[in-house]
Ligand binder design. Structure first.
Ligand SMILES: Cc1cc2nc3c(=O)[nH]c(=O)nc-3n(C[C@H](O)[C@H](O)[C@H](O)COP(=O)(O)OP(=O)(O)OC[C@H]3O[C@@H](n4cnc5c(N)ncnc54)[C@H](O)[C@@H]3O)c2cc1C
Length: 423
């Protein structure tokens, strides 16, 4: 049998697949972020494929997932994996006290506080719990974890805690539209499901920026990855040169994480140096890591390959000189744009960068917007629509930290109580 790249004797799922297959990456990413133990078994010849009942190593039924209860799924979608794990559910109620959109730190925190304080709470997540934090290999500045905590572990603990208090979590469901009347918000999900709640918290965070290069979609999962690639780092062993694009803390963390596996890691940044954008502790670690180099004033300008990424072009944005380097691993940590498209139609006020305005930030020349219908001022985390709150990274002026998102999620629930008591 093939080399077991991530030997894991408590594996809940065994995944048999071939190197560089996008579906294999999607499944590994989902399971890593869901904190589900798995064993990735890479097949390299037909004999190995036949051992699991397939014809050849290029069989379209790959990857094959075998669960500990014997369930076997061939070339499953992420949704089918979620169903096999019992994670894909329908809402149990026709109406809730509180609906939360987004299960990152802010949404999970709102779910824990909402449910523990007696609100019938539903948490809707378009992918899997954890949000950006769930993709972090190690969060080192979250209170109470002096040696840091893996983002997926923090997310799983939050999920368990929210469920224990009775919050209902609907994963792989995306809110796409909202209608808000006094005391009643209706959220429409992409799959046609309708969620009715007396109050709503938007904690949809941000989505990663892209390079916007031709072929970026084609290479997604087969050489190009968004975020810190927590599920992929251990595959970068051997003779691999990893490129991480971005100059923020998430990029810095990713670089240090990959440097434990790959012989060489290059951090590609547009600016002159790291000091303006990175925490000092990360600057120190990066500059002291023998297998890490920083490439300043550099843009990624082209992606090359066939089925997989094989090389990238880098252009110096001062001299305009272009070089092409071989690599199979390009990780993009470019920061995010807020996920608020749905807010336009609902009439939710946003700033020029599309972040949601709340509380005092709604003031225009000392006055609340014309469409604010109540005598009282909006609560601190309330949007211009009474009963609709925003928390975490999606909110204008938020500090883009895990602890802050968790704090805002909890705080939003306090205002939800006030809103419900007065409406
Ligand atoms: C790699 C990385 C490392 C980081 N490391 C640190 C660190 O060390 N310390 C620190 O303090 N901060 C860190 N951060 C930042 C921190 O993770 C974020 O500030 C935090 O996750 C924000 O939480 P949030 O809940 O507001 O939003 P997010 O984490 O962005 O979560 C939003 C969630 O909403 C979901 N969603 C979006 N739209 C919809 C929709 N329409 N319907 C349903 N769901 C939707 C998304 O899928 C996502 O799960 C890091 C970020 C990254 C990317």
């Amino acid at each position: 049998m093939a080399e077991k790249l991530e030997a894991n004797h408590t594996a809940t799922v065994k995944i048999f697949g071939t190197a560089g297959a996008a579906r294999g990456y999607a499944i590994r990413d989902f399971l890593t972020r869901g904190d589900v133990p798995f064993e990735w078994i890479e097949l390299s010849n037909n004999q190995q494929a036949r051992a699991i009942g397939l014809e050849t190593v290029s069989d379209r039924r790959l990857p094959v997932c075998v669960f500990s209860d014997g369930t076997r799924l061939e070339c499953p979608t992420v949704r089918q994996i979620a169903e096999a794990l019992g994670w894909y559910r329908d809402p149990s109620r026709a109406e809730y006290d509180l609906a939360i959109y987004g299960a990152g730190p802010a949404g999970l925190s709102a779910a824990v506080y909402g449910a523990s304080e007696g609100l019938r709470t539903v948490l809707i997540e378009r992918y899997i719990v954890g949000g950006q934090a769930g993709t972090s290999s190690k969060i080192e500045n979250y209170l109470g974890f002096p040696r840091g905590i893996r983002g997926a572990d923090l997310a799983e603990a939050g999920r368990e805690q929210a469920c224990r208090f009775g919050a209902e979590i609907l994963m792989l469901r995306e809110g796409v539209r909202g209608e808000f009347q006094p005391g009643k918000g209706t959220g429409y999900l992409k799959d046609g499901t309708k969620i009715v709640a007396h109050a709503t918290v938007c904690a949809t965070g941000v989505t990663y920026r892209r390079l916007n290069l031709p072929d970026e979609d084609r290479f997604l999962g087969v050489g190009v990855y968004y975020g810190a690639g927590a599920s992929e780092a251990s595959l970068c062993r051997g003779n691999e040169h990893v490129y991480v694009v971005g100059g923020g803390n998430s990029a810095g963390q990713a670089v240090m994480h990959f440097s434990r596996y790959a012989p060489k890691v290059t951090m590609v940044i547009r600016g002159v140096g790291l000091k303006e954008t990175l925490s000092q502790y990360l600057v120190d670690r990066i500059l002291n890591a023998p297998n890490v180099e920083v490439s300043p004033h550099t843009d990624v300008t082209a992606l090359h390959g066939d089925g997989f990424l094989r090389a990238i072009s880098l252009t110096n944005n001062q001299t305009h000189q272009e070089t092409t380097v071989d690599t199979r691993w390009l990780f993009l940590c470019l920061g995010g744009v807020p996920h608020t498209d749905w807010a336009v139609e609902a009439g939710v006020a946003r700033d020029t960068d599309a972040y949601i305005l709340t509380g005092p930030d709604l003031l225009e020349a000392g006055k609340y917007p014309k469409n604010w219908p109540l005598e009282r001022a909006p609560y601190y985390l309330e949007t211009n629509i009474p009963g609709l709150f925003a928390a975490g990274d999606v909110r204008h002026g938020s500090v883009k930290r895990c602890a802050a998102a968790v704090g805002e999620g909890a705080m939003a629930v306090t205002f939800v109580h006030r809103y419900l008591a007065n409406s």
